[in-house]
Design a binder for this molecule. Structure first.
Ligand code: ZN
Length: 242
């Protein structure tokens, strides 16, 4: 196991010439010490490397330098320096909603960060492509460098949002199923600037503590705003919700 290295110190380290990919050749960058070589038996060249800590296999293309290795070490959950940070960091965290300050032993969690990213996209109505924008990438590299290597593509983040929606929908289904009160449905119809007709179905209900709740059930595209059409769409939504 190699010693932890200062990732910033090494940021300018270069790989050197292509001949260094030959098995047994010395490589300049200290990053290589954290990876095991995977040698192609035919070409006798190092084609891939394996992280000594988590076992992840990365391609070792000399033309791409050591940035892939550096990126991995920054986000590797098993890399001693990261584990060390995980154990030691204690912060004062301010709750954005209540403004209350609590002491927290925050540690980087790739899964939780990805979930929070999907929530941000939904709540703030960002396009999925926000994850590939220059400004967002810069922000992440400053605010949470460990996440740089884990930032999902716009396709993955779209899937995360869909998963989150299905999860929330199932939770709401359970809530509605367990209700003792009746559920009141209201519809709101409008026409977009592209002349498309929409219907939004909202449920209102009162819980056991007499709190009034409002939940949007569906936003549906429809052919017209005629009574018959509204009936058809609402019926379809209600059947979907069980
Ligand atoms: Zn690793």
């Amino acid at each position: 196991m190699g010693d932890p290295i200062d990732l910033e110190e090494e940021s300018n380290a270069s790989f050197g010439s292509a001949s260094h990919t030959k098995a047994g050749a010395k490589r300049k960058s200290i990053y290589w010490g954290h990876f095991e070589d995977i040698i192609n038996p035919t070409s006798k060249k190092i084609e891939k490397v394996k992280c000594k800590y988590c076992g992840k296999v990365l391609s070792a293309n000399p033309n791409s330098g050591t940035s892939t290795l550096k990126k991995h070490l920054q986000s590797c959950n098993k890399y001693p320096q990261n584990v060390d940070q995980k154990q030691k960091k204690i912060f004062f965290v301010k709750d954005p909603h209540t403004e209350s300050v609590t002491l927290s032993n925050w540690s980087y969690d790739a899964e939780a960060t990805r979930l929070a990213l999907a929530k941000m996209i939904i709540i703030d109505e960002h396009p999925f492509s926000v994850v590939e924008k220059e400004g967002f990438k810069t922000f992440v590299s400053v605010a949470c460098p460990q996440f740089v290597g884990d930032v999902p593509s716009r396709f993955t983040v779209a899937r995360d949002c869909k998963k989150l929606y299905l999860c929330e929908r199932d939770a709401l289904k359970m809530t509605l199923k367990g209700l003792k009160s009746r559920i009141a449905l209201t519809t709101d119809c409008w026409t977009s600037i592209q002349n498309l007709n929409y219907l939004c179905l909202t449920a209102h209900f009162i819980d056991d503590e007499w709190n009034l709740h409002k939940r949007i059930l569906n936003s549906r595209l429809m052919d017209s705003h005629k009574g018959k059409e509204i009936e058809k769409v609402v019926e379809g939504c209600v059947i979907d919700w069980g």
